[in-house]
Each structure stands twice: as structure tokens, then as C-alpha cells.
Design a protein around this ligand. Structure first.
Ligand code: 4AD
Ligand code: MG
Length: 462
């Protein structure tokens, strides 16, 4: 007999004479003549109640040992429950323990801190909260592909090992097989990377954008969705050294079209989570962030605001607030400013565009004023930046000038320049940080808790 997922058992429309369930015991309560076990298999938030009669042959020897955390198999009948809060329950005709769990099982009690649960990241998926987080993560990964595939975007798997630094921020993890004890040196006494595995300096990618641009200038609309890496030593609740990014890239598209797609995409993901993960979102709104559902609805109901960087700096300067980091035109906005704009000033997601040229990477299109570029950052309440993107510089001469300003070698980026030499087109794209989006949708406050195993400065456990 094949297994029924608890999710499907709970959605049943009629009783079942025979049902087979497998899962883990969440709780056991004993009455005189039987025990109640709550069984969860991760297919949904709720568990199902199983009634094991004391007359079962292994009741005293096994079932009474079915402690929290034990894995079990249950055969029996699905019947209407007389108890409150559940429609269905299972009356067991047999209940086998596959793996016991004793009193040292760390997830006995509720109310563990998030910090403690990070230390047991191998067991936390068995908790209600993390089961919910990772079901939402899975669903939204699917929704990402669905969104772009339905719009005829072509998925491109860009490389993880690369020789280029797309963002130019120098936050690269080196990839090398050179012997650290006895590395080859060249005649200047420097490391000789021509002897390394790839015969040149290579890194883990910070972004798939440059390669996505190659494909966009052939296949028109493309996207990438994969892990990206930044050796950025910032220990914040929003930065991880390994995170997943979705990067659409569109030929024949300008900054305006880019902003419109970003808004549609973010709203699609929120709507999808509301439709397909309703019980999990309700759980978050009860136990993680009381405002969550209202905020998601609010965001869906309104157009995102748009505001130039120059206007944004004026708003910040005129706010009269005491800033930890005061800013003036030409400075990078800090998280306090980004959050002020989204949370207090606009009270809604806002796309800030046309940033100073000096703040942004070499590939962004220069505006006619010569001092700003067609960059955009989408800022959302509670988090700040979740999307960064731009219209790209498609003019060969301006791109070369930008590269010179950023001290990038034309020899190394010859292929990128070729895209402007042959059939260049206006094009644009952006990157959505998948974990930041998950934080926004779940209300979970720390990026370490929306990725299965967080990689942050000083930690790479599991
Ligand atoms: O703004 P970023 O650096 O943009 C790019 O990498 C562009 N190449 C994207 C493009 O145009 N195709 O990063 C994009 C997004 C950020 O808005 C943020 O959501 C996320 O990636 N991000 C991080 N998420 C977690 N941890 C980090 N250290 C992150 N750095 C960026
Ligand atoms: Mg950015």
C-alpha cells in the first residue's frame, strides 16, 4: 500500500478504510486505554492525530516508547475526528517505530531561541517554523521559474567559477588548487596563477549578470537563478556570504521597463506565496510578525513609488532626523536611510534610480548629465534593498571610458566589449536577492534563518 502524505490525509473529502502514513512523532499523550500521537511528515504545517489502542500487540514494548522525534509508520483508518481543531484522525491498526528518539532529542520543548536553532541546523527543519520557511522557499523557487517561463524568458545556467568581478567591489572568494605550502612563483616573486587549475586567477561568482548579458543579446529575454558569493565581511541580519540571486536580463529594454518588471515580479511572488502557502504564512503572522499579512496585502494593493537618488537625498536631508551616518549627494545611502524612505517617508516599496556614477559599477548606462547612471534599487519596508539593477551601457565608446575609469582591462573583458561591437542593443536587468525576498514574505528577521545552511563570516557549519 502506498504512502499518503499527511497534507493529503488532512485534505481528504471522505473517510478511508485503509491509510498508510510515515512521519515523526511531535507529541504523545497517554490515556487509560490508548495513546494520542501527533504525527508530522513535513508535507504541511499541521500534524495528524493518530490513536493507538492499548490493545495493539506492541503497545507496551514499542508505542509507549514513541517519544517526540521518533520516526514511525502507521497503518489504519482515516475517520472523522470527534476532537476539536481537526477534521480527520487516524485509528491505527498497526504502528511501528522505525527510529527511536530519547530524552536528549533537542527539539523537545517549544520556545527555543533562533540562535540555538541555528546551532542545530541539521534538526531545525523538523520544527514548525523552519518547516514552514523551507516549504515557502521551495514554492517561491518554483514561482520564479513559472513567472519567467510564462513570459518566454529563457533560463541560462551561468557559471559559478569565473574570472571576472562583475560588481567590482573586490568581494571575491578565490578558487585555486595551488599548494598553499609551496605555491609556484613567477620571476617577480608573485604567485604564478598560470600554474593554477584554470591557468588564471579565478573566483566564485558574485553575479551571473555579465554572462546573462551575452545570452540576452542572442535570445532577447533571459534569466539566471543560482548561488552567488560575496566575501563581504559584514555581519548583519541581511548579508550572507553565499546567497541565491535571480537575474533577468532583457534586450531592447530600458530602465523604465526594468522597474516595471521588478514590481510585477515581486508582486507575483507575494501573491503566489499567499495562494500556495496560506497556512505557513498564517503561522508566521501569528508567531513571527503580527503585521505580516497586512503588510503583504498593502504592498500588493499599491503601485510602488519611484524616486530619483537626487530626490531621495533631499528627502533624507530635509527629514530633520538625527542620522547615525549623515549623507550628502554622492554618498552611498546606508540601511537607516533606505529603511526610512520605504518605512516612514513613502510607507511602501520604492525604487530609487539614477545614482551617482561614482557609486556604481562600470556596466551601468551613463545619463546625459554625465554624472549619474541608470541604476535602480528597490527598497522595501523592514529590509531595505532587495533588488539592484540597471540599464546597461550599450555604447562602445562610453563603455570603454567607464572601464578605464574603473581600471578594468579591455583585454580581459574583450568578449563583453564584443557585445557592443556587434549588434549592440539597449538592454537592462536586475538581481533579486532570494533570501531577502524570503525575509520579506515570511517576516523572518535574519537571513540566517531563511537559507538551509548559512555561510557568514566565521561560520560554515554543516
Ligand atoms: O545590488 P547587487 O550587488 O546587484 C548585482 O549583483 C547586479 N549584478 C544584479 C543585476 O543587475 N543583474 O545585488 C543584487 C541583490 C541585492 O539587491 C540584494 O537583494 C542581494 O542581491 N544581495 C545579497 N543578499 C544577501 N547577502 C548579500 N551579501 C547580498 N548582496 C546582495
Ligand atoms: Mg546593490
Amino acid at each position: 500500500m502506498s504512502r499518503t502524505l499527511i497534507k493529503h490525509a488532512l485534505e481528504a473529502t471522505a473517510p478511508m478504510d485503509a491509510i498508510f502514513l510515515q512521519g515523526w512523532v511531535r507529541t504523545r499523550r497517554d490515556a487509560k486505554a490508548f495513546s494520542f500521537l501527533e504525527l508530522n511528515d513535513g508535507s504541511c504545517l499541521k500534524g495528524i492525530q493518530v490513536i493507538a489502542d492499548a490493545a495493539l500487540p506492541n503497545y507496551a514494548t514499542e508505542i509507549a516508547k514513541a517519544h517526540t522525534g521518533a520516526s514511525v509508520e502507521v497503518r489504519g483508518k482515516l475517520v472523522e475526528s470527534k476532537g476539536q481543531g481537526q477534521k480527520w484522525e487516524v485509528v491505527a491498526s498497526s504502528l511501528t517505530i522505525l527510529g527511536e528518539a530519547d530524552a536528549t532529542y533537542p527539539l523537545q520543548k517549544k520556545g527555543h531561541t533562533m540562535e540555538f536553532l541555528r546551532e542545530i541546523a541539521h534538526l531545525r527543519p523538523r520544527s514548525n517554523l523552519f518547516g514552514a520557511v523551507f516549504r515557502v522557499r521551495s514554492r517561491l523557487a518554483f514561482a520564479v521559474d513559472e513567472f519567467f517561463q510564462n513570459k518566454n524568458f529563457i533560463c541560462v545556467h551561468t557559471p559559478i567559477v569565473t574570472a571576472s568581478d562583475c560588481e567590482g567591489a573586490g568581494e571575491l572568494f578565490r578558487v585555486s588548487t595551488l599548494d598553499p605550502k609551496n605555491p609556484p612563483k613567477n620571476e617577480h616573486g608573485d604567485l604564478d596563477y598560470t600554474k593554477d587549475f584554470f591557468a588564471k586567477k579565478t573566483y566564485l561568482t558574485v553575479s551571473g549578470q555579465l554572462e546573462a548579458e551575452i545570452f540576452a543579446t542572442a535570445l532577447s529575454n533571459v534569466y539566471t537563478f543560482g548561488p552567488t558569493f560575496r566575501a563581504e565581511n559584514s555581519n548583519t541580519s541581511r548579508h550572507a556570504a553565499e546567497f541565491w540571486m535571480i537575474e533577468p536580463e532583457m534586450a531592447f529594454c530600458d530602465l523604465d521597463g526594468n522597474m516595471t518588471l521588478a514590481e510585477e515580479f515581486v508582486k507575483h511572488l507575494i501573491r503566489d506565496a499567499k495562494t500556495h502557502c496560506a497556512a505557513d504564512l498564517e503561522f508566521f503572522s501569528k508567531f513571527v510578525d503580527k503585521e505580516l499579512l497586512a503588510r503583504l496585502d498593502f504592498v500588493l494593493d499599491r503601485p510602488f513609488q519611484r524616486c530619483s537618488y537626487t530626490e531621495a537625498i533631499e528627502i533624507i536631508e530635509q527629514s530633520g532626523k538625527a542620522w547615525e551616518h549623515p549623507v550628502k549627494w554622492g554618498d552611498n545611502m546606508q540601511s537607516e536611510h533606505e529603511r526610512f524612505l520605504a518605512e516612514e517617508h513613502f510607507k511602501c516599496p520604492v525604487t530609487v534610480y539614477n545614482y551617482p556614477r561614482t557609486l556604481k559599477p562600470f556596466y551601468m548606462r551613463v545619463n546625459d548629465d554625465g554624472r549619474t547612471v541608470r541604476a535602480m534599487d528597490l527598497l522595501v519596508p523592514g529590509i531595505g534593498e532587495i533588488i539592484g539593477g540597471s540599464q546597461r551601457e550599450e555604447r562602445l565608446d562610453v563603455l570603454r571610458e567607464n572601464m578605464a575609469q574603473h581600471q578594468l582591462s579591455e583585454k580581459e573583458y574583450w568578449w563583453y566589449l564584443d557585445l557592443r561591437r556587434y549588434g549592440t542593443v539597449p538592454h537592462a536587468g536586475f538581481g533579486l536577492g532570494f533570501e531577502r525576498m524570503l525575509m520579506f514574505v515570511t517576516g523572518v528577521a535574519n537571513i540566517r534563518d531563511v537559507i538551509p545552511f548559512a555561510r557568514t563570516p566565521g561560520t560554515a557549519d554543516f
